[in-house]
Structures are given as structure tokens and as C-alpha cells.
Design a protein. Structure first.
Length: 251
């Protein structure tokens, strides 16, 4: 019987457990932390991590493990990075220049929003997810901008997964969230006011593909006192519309 069979888990599953130990707040891990967060036996974690280092999947400067550069190279080949990001990036840059605050590009990934790109400036906002991180779709402007144009089954799946309260302002009633979604097509953008982080608000608009299906959303996020919807909303909507045309031409 092989070691993998004795462990009840295969090599790829062990590598996935190792990768799953890392997140935005755990970018570098000691072996002890890697064992604790991955749930693997110490010897298994050590053996698997060493092999991943040889493959370039992990690095180990000094005594801490971190995700290797090879994964960044591979991830850049994914269509969502290569086509969508490259098409939308110029408009994100223009929007960032115009608003002087953080802009983001996100796609729906199950019940979460995967942040594909993020541009920030001189006003750091460490509470926001970095590119590659995820945020809940139900209480984010990015998520609402996308869900407003999704089929009912997709919306139902997101809402039935649970709506935990992240701040006192988080909408946790499915009917209240649905009201937010139904308002998006008329005004052209979605909003979120301190539902994910106190003091932070966001305005987002959908990005469409060549067949008219929603593929992503872009947003402006910043301190609530600076995010004036009447000014930010039209700018985000125009940027998203231009990004949609550029993305459609690239397909």
C-alpha cells in the first residue's frame, strides 16, 4: 500500500491542503503553522512542501514557506487573467486616476467574488482583499452588480448559502438583498455602505461579454465620507460600459 493510500489522500489533495493554508493574512508560514492550518501530519506536510519547493510551487526563504513564483506565472495564463483583465485594466486605471481611490475588478466564483485586479493609491486600505482574494457576493457592491444580471438559480444559490452579518449595517434578509439587486439595472450601478467593513463604502457596475452576459464587475471603494454615489456612480457606470466594449472586441 502506498503512502498516499495509507494517508487516505492523494498527492494533489495534499498539495491543495498546503495551498489552502495560505491566505491574505497568512502569506508566510513556519512548518508548525503549515501543519496546523493544513491539517496534515507533520511528516506529510514537510515531505509535500519540500516537493512543492522543487516544483517551484512554494518558496522557503529562511524558515518560512510562501507561495512560489511559478504559480504566478501559471495563473497569468488563465483566460480570466489574460483576456478579461487585460481588456479592463486601462479603464480601471482611468477610473483610479479620476477618483483617486481604490478600484477593483471582480468575478463571481460560486457564492464569492474573486478579486481579479485591484489598484490602490496613497490611501492604503488593508482591510480590503488583495487580488486573488475573495469577498462575499451578497453584501458587496461587486457581487450585487453581477448578481443583478444573473439567472434566478445563481441568485438563489448565493442567498441560500447564508447571509452572515459582517457589520451592523450588513443586509441579512434575502428580500432586502433582492431589493438592492432589482434597483441595479435602472440606476446602472450597485452600492454597499459599510456592510463589509465599517467606514468603507463601494459603488460597482457590471461588465458584459460579447453575448450580453455579465462576466465581471468593477468598482470604486473608499472611506464612506469620500464615496458620494451621485458622483461616483456615473463614472463607474461609464467605465464599465467602455470596459464591456473593449472586452467584447477582444473575444
Amino acid at each position: 500500500m502506498s503512502p498516499a493510500e495509507r494517508d487516505g489522500v492523494g498527492g494533489l489533495d495534499r498539495a491543495a491542503a498546503i495551498f489552502g493554508a495560505f491566505d491574505a493574512t497568512h502569506r508566510e508560514l513556519t512548518l508548525a503553522a503549515l501543519v496546523e492550518r493544513s491539517g496534515l501530519p507533520r511528516s506529510t506536510a514537510h515531505r509535500t512542501a519540500d516537493k512543492m519547493i522543487r516544483l517551484g510551487w512554494l518558496d522557503k526563504p529562511q524558515d518560512r514557506y510562501r507561495v512560489g513564483n511559478r504559480l504566478f506565472e501559471i495563473s497569468s495564463l488563465a483566460p480570466i487573467r489574460h483576456q478579461l483583465r487585460e481588456s479592463v485594466l486601462p479603464f480601471l486605471q482611468d477610473l483610479h486616476h479620476a477618483t483617486k481611490t481604490t478600484v477593483q475588478l471582480g468575478v463571481l466564483d460560486g457564492t464569492q467574488i474573486l478579486v481579479v485586479e485591484r489598484i490602490t493609491g496613497h490611501r492604503p486600505m488593508p482591510m480590503l482583499e488583495q487580488a486573488g482574494g475573495t469577498i462575499p457576493a451578497y453584501c458587496s457592491a461587486l457581487g450585487r452588480a453581477i448578481l443583478a444580471y444573473c439567472d434566478p438559480d445563481t441568485v438563489r444559490t448565493v442567498l441560500s448559502a447564508g447571509l452572515p452579518r459582517r457589520t451592523p449595517r450588513t443586509l441579512t434578509n434575502p428580500l432586502a438583498v433582492m431589493r438592492e439587486l432589482t434597483a441595479v439595472p435602472d440606476q446602472g450601478w450597485a452600492t454597499e455602505h459599510e456592510e463589509g467593513n465599517i467606514g468603507v463604502s463601494c459603488v460597482a457596475a457590471p461588465v458584459f461579454g460579447p453575448l450580453g452576459d455579465v462576466v465581471a464587475a468593477l468598482s470604486v471603494t473608499g472611506p464612506s465620507k469620500l464615496i458620494r454615489t451621485d458622483r461616483i456612480g456615473p463614472a463607474v457606470r461609464l467605465a464599465a460600459a467602455a470596459a464591456s466594449r473593449a472586452y467584447a472586441r477582444s473575444r
